[in-house]
Design a protein around this ligand. Structure first.
Ligand code: URA
Length: 234
């Protein structure tokens, strides 16, 4: 990759600002000042800006974040803080979330720069299961498990939801596993049976469980096994 493109991505600045930094002699490659933007950067080279080494990203990246309330999963929103606030990685702006949680939903968010991998999670074709811990404002009634198993009609939709599994923890706390990702799906499913979601926390996506060691706002890279659990067709 050209040095000016690399610097523009790494520093998040325009090519004209990059050109200025190059002209000023602020960029070194392997400790030598380089002023040409067309210089080819390869992975064995160490590029530094003002003496600070810029880490090169060499392959796709995969992370899990414990999302707290109050952050949105979109990566650029001028009005709300986004989940990228928590991610201290080079080129973090290249990461996207594989499926989204609402601003008030907490729990497992997967982040990657591998579009094919995230497509397997979010595409309706792949039926990737997600498990949510749900707090309800009304006691759960006995008929809801069967209704969710059969599928319920959501407001202004043409087709019922796919079979979903409900596990009752207590009168107002349940685990719900769904294999679709419709807009506000969990909240709308409970609204369809006359209840109201007052707390929502995602615990699982496919075979990946939220790491209990992660406090809200913390993240970690996925393990090889976690990454591969999504790429293997089920
Ligand atoms: N369903 C919802 O209603 N909200 C979420 O954030 C995720 C699933």
């Amino acid at each position: 990759m050209r040095l000016d493109k690399f610097l523009s991505q790494q520093l998040g600045i325009s090519r004209s600002l990059v050109a200025r930094e190059l002209r000023a002699g602020n960029i070194t490659v392997d400790d030598e000042i380089v002023k040409s933007g067309s210089f080819q950067v390869t992975t064995d080279k160490q590029v530094a800006y003002d003496g600070n080494v810029l880490t090169q990203v060499t392959g796709p990246r995969y992370f899990m974040l414990h999302k707290p309330q109050g952050y949105i999963c979109s990566t650029d929103d001028p009005t709300h803080p986004t989940i990228l606030f928590f991610i201290e990685e080079p080129l973090s702006q290249k990461l996207h979330s594989a499926g989204r949680l609402d601003i008030d939903t907490t729990g497992l968010v997967l982040l990657t720069d591998d579009g094919q991998w995230s497509h397997r999670i979010s595409s309706p074709k792949h039926h990737c299961e997600k498990t949510y811990r749900v707090q309800l404002s009304e006691d759960i009634t006995d008929d809801v498990t069967a209704k969710f198993e059969q599928g319920v009609m959501l407001n202004s939709e043409k087709y019922p939801t796919k079979a979903a599994k409900l596990e009752i923890i207590s009168a107002r706390e349940v685990l719900l596993t769904i294999s679709e990702g419709r807009y506000h799906q969990v909240k709308r499913m409970f609204a369809a049976v006359g209840n109201h979601v007052c707390g929502l926390h995602r615990e699982r996506v496919g075979e990946i469980w939220l790491d209990e060691e992660l406090a809200p706002g913390e993240y970690r890279p996925l393990t090889e096994a976690e990454i591969n659990s999504i790429t293997v067709p089920r």
